[in-house]
Ligand binder design. Sequence first.
Ligand SMILES: Nc1ncnc2c1ncn2[C@@H]1O[C@H](COP(=O)(O)OP(=O)(O)O)[C@@H](O)[C@H]1O
Ligand SMILES: [Mg+2]
Length: 406
Amino acid sequence: MEKRILILGAGLEQTLAINEAKSLGLYVIACDQNPNACGLKEADVGIVCDINDTGHLVEIGRRYNVDGVFCHAVEIPQVVSDIAAQLKLPGLSREVAVRATDKLKRIRWLRENGIPVANFMPVYSADEIEEKANKLGFPLVIKPVDNAGARGVRVVNGKDELKEAYGEAIQFSKSKVILIEELLSGPQISTESVIYQDQLITFAFADRNYELLEDFSPYFIEDGINYPSSLPEETQKAVLALVDRTIRILEIDFGAAKGDVIIHNGVPKIIEMAARTSGGWFGAGSIPIATGVNMLKPLLQMAVGDKPDLEVLRPTKKLFCAQRYLIPRESGEVISVSGVEEVASMPGVEMFTSFLPQVGDRIVRSTNHAQRYAQVICTGATIEEAIGRCKNAIAQIKIQLKPLTE
Ligand SMILES: Nc1ncnc2c1ncn2[C@@H]1O[C@H](COP(=O)(O)OP(=O)(O)O)[C@@H](O)[C@H]1O
Ligand SMILES: [Mg+2]
């Protein structure tokens, strides 16, 4: 009989997982709180519900007698592990899911276990931030412990910026716990790995493009990736070894792990290692296009208790590949959006996804990754060509704004 899988999230990115599951012959029950989420229609059953509501999701899982639960590109590994545990399905333990998600628990665990990370301090209330910031030293990075997509993350250069930055970070935190960290600088890398039994395969490794770092300062706006990495072979090896060690130390022993690494003064340090798949069309976007790997297939197979086909994590090609985003630089009310139709057929465009605002919408200059409006992935005969093609494609799209009146 065909196996059944519960997929949490049915937005644009999650639809990749829904379609992959269907092509594996799985019966898909997809959930999303947004009734217009495109994947709800792609699934065999689409249910509108909160994907953080473990109780309700367990009930749905029971009702449909599912064989597995999976989530792609959403920071809810604890929910996935809770559902798996309650329904006795394959999954990661809750303890590990929490340790790899809560930024304070994670960075503490990593430091205690000898993994190089930034110096840090937790901040539990506005009263203690100044004293702690003075101890840590400026410039520093402030971030909520429980969010993703760079929401609420920024640089704080001095005492006078603390109050505002704390206010922003706390807005993005349910727990109201904030981390302050030493500001690291240097090339940044995204990695992604699949872990099954004693096998750990890091199939994705790319340079993150931070050329807009200064422009968007004090916020951290990444504008896509370049593949393959331009870092020296030795550095790449050191990063891979660190990623491997970090995953093992966190005890992520099932599913996906996505890493953010920075090379600070020549030393690779871990910014993040999350027990989930990456968002932003990385592990299920640019990496498959550049290398031919398919991470979703083995991850979905594992989720329903089948032996995963890990062969598909082996690269079958190595193309020059870049990704770039449409990132709003200004705030205003949208009066027109044009140029979108042309993008998909431009030279070298392998994938184009847009989630553009509508006329009348108010948009803001980006302060986090959730405010990007389209992404394009291009290949080329050289990395420069791939990047140039991305830039041309993004430049096609014009969003005209008028100033906000209030
Ligand atoms: N200590 C740090 N030093 C320098 N840059 C940082 C530091 N912490 C975070 N960043 C930057 O901010 C981005 C978002 O922070 P991160 O901790 O990865 O949170 P999120 O879960 O929102 O992605 C990182 O990808 C990195 O570019
Ligand atoms: Mg991150």
